[in-house]
Write a protein of this length. Structure first.
Length: 189
């Protein structure tokens, strides 16, 4: 839930607290009946009452629909660790290390001119533990299907071999097909 929806929920909860306190005061006769009946008749004749009740209706409708909406599992792509289990316990591997490994692997595939790698890790217990997205620029002389299959196969095999994660989903997107020479000087960011 975003910050704006949390604010709406706070305002709506505050409104319900004040309304319940007012009803409690009326039921316990803390406020005399002739006083609150007179104020209620006055408030029901005002246009502000209609505006506030319409706003409360739409706010409650929005919060109700928000409670039924589904969100995708949160993924992390910076600074987090991927947990790898070994016989000695769990070992944390930084996502930047996995990203660097995948970048080196993909650049060695025949036909790949440039690559941008995104590695995402799901929170514990939510979805796939690791997913990889590749944005590749390939040469004209290569087959798109062969290059994408080679890149995704190599990445999956090496991640299984090194990290022990089997069947890591690898998404390949070919962003450009060029006849430029491969860029062997890759700047590490």
């Amino acid at each position: 839930m975003g910050i704006i929806n949390r604010f709406f929920l706070f305002v709506f909860a505050l409104f319900l607290v004040m309304l319940s306190l007012a009803v409690l005061a009326m039921c316990l006769q803390i406020v005399p009946e002739h006083y609150w009946l007179n104020e209620l008749r006055f408030a029901l004749g005002r246009t502000e009452t209609i505006a506030v009740s319409a706003a409360a209706f739409f706010l409650s409708l929005h919060l109700m629909l928000l409670s039924f909406s589904r969100q995708a599992p949160k993924t992390v792509s910076h600074g987090e660790l991927v947990m790898v289990e070994s016989s000695m316990g769990e070992v944390g591997v930084a996502l930047d290390a996995v990203r660097g490994l995948v970048d080196k692997l993909v650049r060695d595939v025949r036909g790949v001119r440039d690559a941008k790698v995104k590695v995402r890790s799901a929170r514990k217990g939510e979805g796939e533990p690791l997913s990889v997205s590749l944005a590749l620029i390939i040469g004209q002389e290569t087959n798109v299907a062969e290059v994408s299959a080679a890149a995704s196969g190599l990445v999956s095999a090496q991640l299984e071999k090194i990290l022990g994660y089997s069947q890591v989903p690898v998404e390949v997107l070919i962003t450009d097909i060029t006849n430029a020479a491969p860029d062997r000087k890759h700047r590490v960011v």
